[in-house]
Design a protein around this ligand. Structure first.
Ligand code: ZN
Length: 338
């Protein structure tokens, strides 16, 4: 039985997705720095109720999770369920998470969450398992779910204020020894002159190609832009400087990904996050460099496309993380019944 119930992610069990639908539901929350998306899903993965809203995660864990709990109650009522139907909760956080304990570890953009026991806090109130992972990992899981396991080797790249990737290898999420796998945002970009990154280093990928970096460059041209979503809006309006910057951002990310493609040989690279809304201009830059610089064998069947789920990838993945966990526990409890 290969199931590791403490780290229940990755390949979907082949069992029972169609005939495990019942009254039971999973709660899912994708918590970002400034916005959140919450959902109630059935055990087949169908979303029964959903809410997207602004959120200031820097308020700290207790006010945020109290709000999450209240919102879950509202969503349960909306789809005719109660807390008694809930079999698990999946939470995505915008920072490094020690998955086994569900604690954020030195999260740079939410320092007051450091070490806070999210599973204990929510689990004691709901009486069900609570699984926590970083936002990029759950987005990768969501996308894997959406692609119906067409590929077992997938890289999900989130391009927002920061840049990171979730890695699915052999159908399972690869978190690394400390949960830090996929943190490509702080790989150094060569031939750039001393751009300061928030991590303390210079010339990191996200300091060059992330949403805030692009907005800052546009401001230096006298164009009003405060974050990545403004950059995307300008691209959609046809602003040529924004289009140029987004395409160059795609090339910078593609340059890092070209090495990763050679090393890891994924079947699919998915580009998601706010900047992915810029669409083909971004993808063109990514593809241009990956196909030029990766080995022909590694790109022979490689697909590179934008996230199918868009800003719902995280919440879908949080639900998938719980559903896989619950189904794995059940199949372990009932040998031979699956
Ligand atoms: Zn950095």
């Amino acid at each position: 039985m290969p199931t590791d119930s403490a780290a229940p992610s990755g390949g979907r069990p082949a069992t029972a997705f169609s005939f495990n639908r019942s009254a039971r539901v999973a709660l899912a929350a994708d918590l970002g720095v400034t916005h959140a998306r919450l959902a109630v899903a059935d055990l087949g993965g169908a979303i029964l109720a959903e809410r997207a809203t602004d959120l200031d995660i820097s308020r700290g864990p207790e006010p945020t999770l109290t709000w999450v709990l209240d919102s879950f109650d509202d969503l349960l009522a909306e789809c005719g369920h109660t807390r008694g139907d809930v079999c698990g909760v999946g939470i995505g956080l915008p920072g490094p998470v020690e998955h086994e304990t569900g604690k954020a570890v030195n999260p740079p953009i939410m320092p007051n969450w450091d070490g806070f026991p999210v599973p204990d806090w929510l689990g004691s109130r709901l009486g069900v398992p609570v699984l926590v992972d970083n936002d990029v990992n759950i987005m990768a899981l969501g996308e894997q779910w959406a692609t119906q396991l067409e590929t077992e080797h997938l890289i999900f790249v989130k391009m927002g204020t920061g840049i990171g990737c979730g890695i699915i290898s052999g159908g399972r999420l690869h978190r690394g020894a400390e949960g830090a796998a996929g943190d490509i945002g702080h790989i150094r970009v060569p031939n750039i002159n001393q751009v300061q990154c928030r991590c303390g280093n210079i010339d990191c990928l996200e300091a060059i190609a992330g949403g805030d970096a692009l907005a800052a460059q546009l401001r230096s041209f006298g164009i009003n832009a405060s974050h990545g979503r403004d950059v995307v809006r300008l691209v959609k309006e046809g602003n040529t400087q924004a289009i140029h910057l987004v395409r160059q951002s795609g090339r910078e990310v593609g340059s890092v990904l070209a090495s990763i493609v050679n090393f890891f040989n994924p079947g699919l690279v998915v580009i998601g996050g706010d900047l992915a809304e810029a669409g083909d201009h971004l993808l063109a830059g990514v593809r241009e460099v990956i196909y030029a610089r990766s080995l022909p064998l590694a790109t022979k069947r490689l697909s590179i496309h934008a996230s199918e789920l868009g800003d719902r990838a995280g919440v879908m993945g949080a639900a998938a993380m719980v559903i896989e966990h619950v189904l794995a526990l059940e199949s372990a409890d009932q040998p031979g019944s699956a």
